[in-house]
Each structure stands twice: as structure tokens, then as C-alpha cells.
Design a protein around this ligand. Structure first.
Ligand code: OXD
Ligand code: MN
Length: 591
């Protein structure tokens, strides 16, 4: 047994020690700190981060345990153009991923990392994705030179010795290496080596690029492992619906980034739904595997939420407001004179002044926003007042319904159900979402985002669809598949559906369908709700006329939609499952 060679090492796992030793020799840090995940360590690292100016302490009376971090203005979001899947052949990564050959990429990255941590501390961050003892849980080890990353990983994952306890002597862990380098966009690479279960991320300090458990391990590497091992790693929230009679239904839902997954996962039922309870299992990622009883079981591999701040308020997400009232690291929001934080869309009147996300004075007359549109909170899920206790169940929860959705001003009705699993996979594969005016491509342009996984699938998207289709043979009790769209607008650009808490009505119909309580009408797109079965009572300015409008299937729009499905399929033609061709033909016939 080699002696722990580095600093305050707290494992005897030889593979772990050897790998950390090798990476330390490469990066040449001044100090190595092995994170143990204890509260004392969190406190000490927080103090250190404040002293170094990495964190700003917020008003501890108003927001106990809360801090503000400002990232480099050139580093505020995930960068898909710098994200690579490194496999021997380009076909394996597929046409929707950036690809690089592993050998050349390792060489380039090791070149950049040579001596990159001189004068800095190297933090070894062991973390467990999933509840302790879960057969679905995985261990990761992130080496980073960012104290902000070490602290954030302590929020977002079960971090510290608990991971080494789960790992034992095994060398089955994800190797993640992160260095900020000089935070230069020209030297920014987020690289995945699925065959080596390895991630190397350099040149960024933004969450989605550097909290390696999240998008990199849980989704990109996760989806690759899931295909090989017979499970799903998906960009999905998981929620629990409990009826007044105590009937419990678990639902997973995939929406593209910034389409309200966190809000839906914490939905507060409106007063009319007295006795109904929605609780959160997860808000971003679901790992799902068939159980011995033939149902599909899901865990949330994370332990915290990394949510978009702007627009969060008491009306859109009261539970999130409680969650982030303490123990939160805010990134890139505004700072108020009293040491509290401000963001666009927060409750209350706009402040007369604050310091903006860049650290510059801001007033309502300023041309820019006080908080960056992608400003974030990182907060432990334990703060969530509607957290489902099953979140820690190693077996996970059985999923009855899978919902897909996107942001669509036109074309897509509020809700429909797929005819069967193959059709449902087609519906998920053809999810589209409108880009905002700020995004390349222009406002209103629909980008296909299959299963909301376009930026997160770690291998060929066509093979991913095949995996989804194959899994039907392994799941005896298949979840029902639905599609929703909260964002349909009328001719004047007003939302047709009130959304937020009222989405409970859609959820109720979905739950009723799962329990065979209501029938449905066969439509061109799938099973549509019958008006009498869909609860409209108590909705202001929304009756049968509005319902028919939000559910309308316009033939002309759908002809265009079917053509746009064809465009995606042409891109993936080499690996596209033939079932999709037939499913599209059937759709056109029904139209
Ligand atoms: C995302 C996120 O970009 O969850 O999807 O941060
Ligand atoms: Mn996400």
C-alpha cells in the first residue's frame, strides 16, 4: 500500500492516489488540498475565498450563509463551440457534437496544463452522484484550481469522504481535471473522453463548464455509460404528485435549458388544488434504470440546484425563493447597498442603485441589466421546502410519465399524449425550442433539441435514439409519454396559457391518463384531452374557446413542422432508426 503521498489525503485507494499524484506532477500546484466535505472545511474554504475576493459576503442577517461571486465577463455561460467529445472515430461522436481525436486532444490539453497551477492550490474534490448505496450512483473525482468550484461542488454533489466510502478500492471513478488557466476564451476547452471515463476542462470558471458532475459527467459521460450499461442519463426534472387521497405518481420531464424545469419541479398547486402536493426529486438530471418489478426507476444524481436567477420571484417560484434565502452562492447578480442581492424580475420595486454583475455602479437608467441574464444560484436541495424525502432513496422512484416540451410560440398545443413508446420517442426526438432574440439564429427560429439533450449527448444522436427504442424491450411497464408547451402565443403575442402554478391542471390530466381515469380523443399528433376531462374551473378569462385555441393543430404549421423534422433526420441519416421514417409518414398521413 503506497503511503498517501500528497497533503491531507483521506483515501488509500491506489488508483486515486496515483492519478492525483500524476496530475499534480503535471500541474505543479503550490499546495494540494483533499476535500473531506465536512462543515468545518466548508467554513474554512469560505473564509479563504472571501479573503481572496473570490466570494463577497452578503448581508448575513438578510441572507445567512449567502455569498456573491462575479465571474470573468468573458465567461458567463456554457460554451457549446468549445465542448468536445473525443472518441477514436468521428462517427461515434456523431454530427451534432464537436469531435477531436483523443490522442491529439490529450496532448494539447496536457501542454496547456503543464505547470498551470504554479502558485495555486490544487483541490481534490471527491464526489458521489446519487444517493449513498444506490446501484445507480457513480463516483467522480474532480481536480480543480478554483476554490469557487470546490465550494460549489460541495453544494451540488454529495462531496467528500462519502465518495471514497462508496468507491472502496475500485478504480471505477470518473477522472475530472479542471484548471482556469488564465480564463481566456481562446484557451477554453471542455473535453470528454467517454472511453476513459475522463473529463478535462480548461480556461473557464463558469458552472456548466467546470462543475464537472453536472453536464459533463451526469449527462455527456453519463449518457455514454447508460447506453453501454442499459439505463438512461437524461436532462430531466423528476417530481412527485400526491393527490388528496394519498395517491403518489412520479413524473420525469425534459425541457431545453431555460424553459422552466426548476419552476415546474417546485410547482405550487393553485388554491383550487387544495390537498394536492407537488414535491421535487430533481430539477435538471434524471438517471433511470429498469427495476426488478419491470418499472423504470429514477434517481436525481445531484444534491443541489444550479438555477437561473432572473425571473425568480414569489409568483413564479415561491419555493425557490425560500430555498435561496440562505446557504446560497449567487453568481453574477446585482449587489444592493444593504448587502442583499438584486436581479431583474425579483419581487418588490426596482432599487434606485446597486452594483451590477460586473462590479460597476448601476441605476434604473443604466442601459445594461443589473444581473446577467444567465446569473445563477447554487444551493443545497436540502433547503427546498417541497423536497421529496425519496430523493435519498437508493432505489429511486418509479416513473409513470415522461414529458417532453419546448418553447414554442406557435404550432405546438398545450398538451398531448403519444400513441405508444415508439411514437413517444419520436415526439421527444423532434422537440423544438425557439431561440431568444439574443441567440445566434434570430428570434423565433426553432432549433431542434432532441430530448433537450442536443448539447449534452456524449455520443451519436442517432445511436442515442436507437438506445431509447431498444429500452422498450427491457421495461415491462413503460411510462406514458407526453408533450407540453406552456409558451404558445396568440396573434398579438400574448401567452395563451397562464402557466406556472396553473400547469397543475395539465399535470392532473397527465396523472389521470396514467391511472386510466380519463379517455382521450385520437388526433393527428396523438391522444388529445377531451374538454370535459380537462379542469378549467376557476381559470380567469380562459374557457372552452381559449382551450380550443391553445390545443389547435394547424395543418399548414404542421406541414412545415414535418419538413423541419426531415431536416434533423437528414443530418442524422447515417444512424437514424428506420422507425422514425415510418412514424413521420404516419404523422403526415394523419395530417
Ligand atoms: C443548463 C443548465 O444549461 O442546467 O441546462 O445549466
Ligand atoms: Mn440543464
Amino acid at each position: 500500500m503506497p503511503k498517501p503521498s500528497l497533503g491531507n489525503c483521506n483515501t488509500r485507494n491506489k488508483s486515486v492516489i496515483r492519478w492525483v499524484d500524476d496530475m499534480a506532477k503535471l500541474c505543479k500546484p503550490e499546495k494540494v488540498h483533499w476535500c473531506d466535505g465536512s462543515p468545518a472545511e466548508k467554513e474554512a474554504l469560505t473564509r479563504e475565498a472571501v479573503a481572496a475576493g473570490v466570494l463577497i459576503e452578503l448581508n448575513q442577517k438578510k441572507r445567512p450563509g449567502c455569498y456573491l461571486h462575479r465571474s470573468n465577463p468573458n465567461d458567463v455561460a456554457r460554451v457549446e463551440q468549445c465542448t468536445y467529445i473525443c472518441t477514436d472515430s468521428q462517427e461515434e461522436a456523431g454530427p451534432t457534437n464537436n469531435w477531436a481525436p483523443p490522442k491529439a486532444m490529450y496532448q494539447k490539453l496536457y501542454g496547456l496544463l503543464e505547470g498551470a497551477m504554479r502558485g495555486r492550490t490544487l483541490y481534490v474534490v471527491p464526489y458521489l452522484m446519487g444517493p449513498p448505496g444506490s446501484p445507480l450512483a457513480k463516483v467522480g473525482l474532480e481536480i480543480t484550481d478554483s476554490i469557487y468550484v470546490a465550494l460549489s461542488m460541495g453544494i451540488m454533489t454529495r462531496m467528500g469522504n462519502i465518495a471514497f466510502e462508496h468507491l472502496g478500492e475500485s478504480d471505477d471513478f470518473n477522472r475530472g481535471l479542471h484548471s482556469m488557466l488564465d480564463v481566456n476564451p481562446d484557451r477554453r476547452f471542455i473535453c470528454h473522453f467517454p472511453h476513459d471515463n475522463t473529463i478535462i476542462s480548461v480556461g473557464s470558471a463558469y458552472g456548466g463548464n467546470v462543475l464537472l458532475g453536472k453536464k459533463c459527467l451526469a449527462l455527456r459521460i453519463g449518457s455514454f455509460l447508460a447506453r453501454n450499461e442499459g439505463w438512461f442519463a437524461e436532462h430531466m426534472l423528476i417530481l412527485k404528485v400526491e393527490s388528496p387521497t394519498g395517491e403518489v405518481t412520479y413524473v420525469a420531464a425534459a425541457f431545453p435549458s431555460a424553459c422552466g424545469k426548476t419552476n415546474f419541479a417546485m410547482l405550487l398547486p393553485p388554491p383550487r388544488y387544495k390537498g394536492w402536493k407537488i414535491q421535487t426529486i430533481g430539477d435538471d438530471i434524471a438517471w433511470m434504470k429498469p427495476g426488478a418489478d419491470g418499472r423504470l426507476y429514477a434517481i436525481n444524481p445531484e444534491a443541489g440546484y444550479f438555477g437561473v436567477v432572473p425571473g425568480t420571484n414569489q409568483a413564479t417560484n415561491p419555493s425557490a425563493m425560500t430555498t435561496i434565502s440562505r446557504d446560497t452562492i449567487f453568481t453574477n447578480v446585482g449587489l444592493l447597498p444593504d448587502g442583499d442581492v438584486w436581479w431583474e424580475g425579483k419581487d418588490g420595486p426596482e432599487p434606485k442603485e446597486c452594483i451590477d454583475w460586473r462590479g460597476k455602479p448601476w441605476t434604473p437608467a443604466s442601459p445594461d441589466k443589473a444581473a446577467h441574464p444567465n446569473s445563477r444560484f447554487a444551493v443545497p436541495m436540502a433547503n427546498n421546502p417541497v423536497l421529496a424525502p425519496e430523493v435519498n432513496d437508493p432505489n429511486g422512484v418509479p416513473i409513470s410519465a415522461i414529458i417532453f416540451g419546448g418553447r414554442r410560440a406557435t404550432t405546438m398545443p398545450l398538451v398531448f399524449q403519444a400513441f405508444n413508446w415508439v411514437h413517444g420517442v419520436y415526439v421527444g426526438a423532434t422537440v423544438g425550442s425557439e431561440m431568444t432574440a439574443a441567440a445566434v439564429g434570430g428570434a423565433g427560429q426553432v432549433r431542434r433539441d432532441p430530448m433537450a439533450m442536443l448539447p449534452f449527448c456524449g455520443y451519436n444522436m442517432g445511436d442515442y435514439f436507437r438506445h431509447w427504442l431498444n429500452m422498450r424491450k427491457k421495461i415491462k411497464h413503460l411510462p406514458r409519454i407526453f408533450h407540453v408547451n406552456w409558451f404558445r402565443k396568440d396573434e398579438n403575442g400574448n401567452f395563451l396559457w397562464p402557466g406556472f402554478g396553473e400547469n397543475m391542471r395539465v399535470l392532473k390530466w397527465i396523472v389521470d391518463r396514467c391511472h386510466h381515469r380519463v379517455g382521450a380523443e385520437e388526433g393527428a399528433l396523438g391522444w388529445m384531452p377531451v374538454l370535459e376531462d380537462f379542469d378549467l374551473k376557476g381559470l380567469k378569462n380562459f374557457g372552452p374557446v381559449e382551450f380550443n385555441k391553445v390545443q389547435a393543430v394547424n395543418e399548414e404549421d404542421w406541414r412545415k413542422e414535418a419538413l423541419s423534422h426531415e431536416e434533423l433526420f437528414m443530418r442524422l441519416h447515417a444512424t437514424l432508426p428506420k422507425e422514425f421514417i415510418f412514424t413521420r409518414e404516419l404523422l403526415i398521413t394523419r395530417l
